[in-house]
Design a protein around this ligand. Structure first.
Ligand SMILES: Nc1ncnc2c1ncn2[C@@H]1O[C@H](COP(=O)(O)OP(=O)(O)OP(=O)(O)O)[C@@H](O)[C@H]1O
Ligand SMILES: [Mg+2]
Length: 338
């Protein structure tokens, strides 16, 4: 086992980011299913308040509560949670100070909104705090003595459907944000603890992209920012991959302008096509566009290669993605070593 493989096994918090619409939620859900196979228990956390996970699994809106979401997958279990800052704050107050009622009063006066407005970092630390708490949680210590090292981990892995690439570094680097706000005291202590988990080898940030210019560029930029913040980058997940329709030599000859349209016309005539000339020209144009796209995708792959990071690939599924398709994608991830 290489050092990198060992590191990958040690990862227990998988943060999934990427440009908007590239498939973060889909990949996070598939990854959770893949990691759960073989009897493991995985928590899938959504932090953007969009209920994308519920839509994907075809269930009603998820509450702020860890709930079984997926049918057992080879004996594993996936629970899901839609985390929001306000519920996380109430839970935090109750857990550490037994102050749930006080928290509810604060909520009624809009104090939570007030606090998170003057200090946006607070919102982030509450959300990342919820995920990192689940990473650290062990059996038999749900409420109080959560610093103890006794018991098994409740979750073998936690997968976070995270904010997009443009915001991910700031979102995870809560320590820096909260630092200016609280230098000592419980908020500081909480932020330090969250940050210790996020900075550790237990956390990896995975980048989802498609083979297009903008998402790939955001991936490169995002990876730079995550590294600069001292956090671990996991894999690049290339999503919605379309197989080339033609073998390389054909695409090569098209790219070099050597595509034999006359041969195509003869073939179509022989096959009994009426508008053989026109059809052949139309097809030749499409083959040309396809060849261009494939060439563009190769160029993007080459740019991603420079990063020398583990790469995972998921196919573009023609029927879209529903609960069944998630299992297909999870299977693909497992084939690739997840
Ligand atoms: N491999 C795939 N094959 C086919 N469709 C896909 C695939 N991955 C994602 N999709 C579809 O692409 C759309 C965007 O996916 P998804 O919601 O997972 O992206 P996202 O990055 O979470 O988006 P947002 O930025 O809005 O949160 C959805 O309609 C989803 O079903
Ligand atoms: Mg999403």
């Amino acid at each position: 086992m290489s050092a990198r493989d060992r590191d990958r096994d040690a990862v227990r918090l998988h943060v999934v980011t990427g440009k908007g619409g590239t498939g973060k939620t889909t990949v996070a859900a598939s990854l959770a299913l893949a990691l759960a196979s073989g009897g493991r228990t995985v928590l899938l956390v959504e932090v953007e308040g969009r209920q994308g996970v519920a839509r994907l699994f075809g269930t009603g809106p998820l509450p702020y509560e860890e709930r079984e979401i997926a049918a057992p997958f080879e004996g594993g279990r996936v629970r899901a949670l839609a985390a929001d800052a306000e519920s996380a704050l109430l839970e935090y107050l109750e857990m550490f100070y037994g102050m749930r009622r006080a928290g509810q009063v604060l909520t009624r006066f809009g104090a939570v909104d007030f606090a998170t407005t003057i200090a946006p970092g607070m919102r982030d630390v509450l959300l990342t705090g919820k995920a990192t708490e689940a990473v650290r949680r062990r059996t038999g210590e749900r409420r109080r003595s959560r610093d103890s090292d006794t018991g098994r981990h409740v979750y073998d892995a936690v997968v976070m459907d995270a904010p997009p690439t443009g915001r991910i570094a700031q979102f995870l680097n809560v320590n820096a944000e909260v630092a200016g706000l609280a230098r000592v005291g419980p908020i500081r202590h909480h932020a330090d603890k969250v940050m210790a988990t996020i900075r550790s080898a237990q956390t990896a940030v995975h980048f989802v992209t498609v083979l297009e210019e903008m998402p790939a560029q955001e991936t490169l930029d995002g990876i730079g920012e995550i590294r600069a913040a001292g956090l671990n980058v996991g894999s690049i997940v290339v999503n919605m991959v379309r197989p080339p329709f033609f073998p390389d030599p054909v695409l090569g000859s098209v790219a070099e302008g050597r595509f034999d349209t006359d041969a195509l016309v003869r073939g179509l005539k022989a096959a009994g096509f009426e508008d053989a000339e026109e059809t052949a020209r139309g097809l030749a144009r499409e083959v040309g566009e396809h060849a261009l796209r494939v060439a563009g995708e190769s160029a993007i792959r080459a740019r991603l290669d420079v990063l020398d990071l583990p790469r995972l690939q998921l196919p573009l599924l023609s029927g879209g993605v529903g609960p069944d398709a998630l299992h297909v994608l999870a299977g693909r991830l497992r084939e690739q070593g997840v």
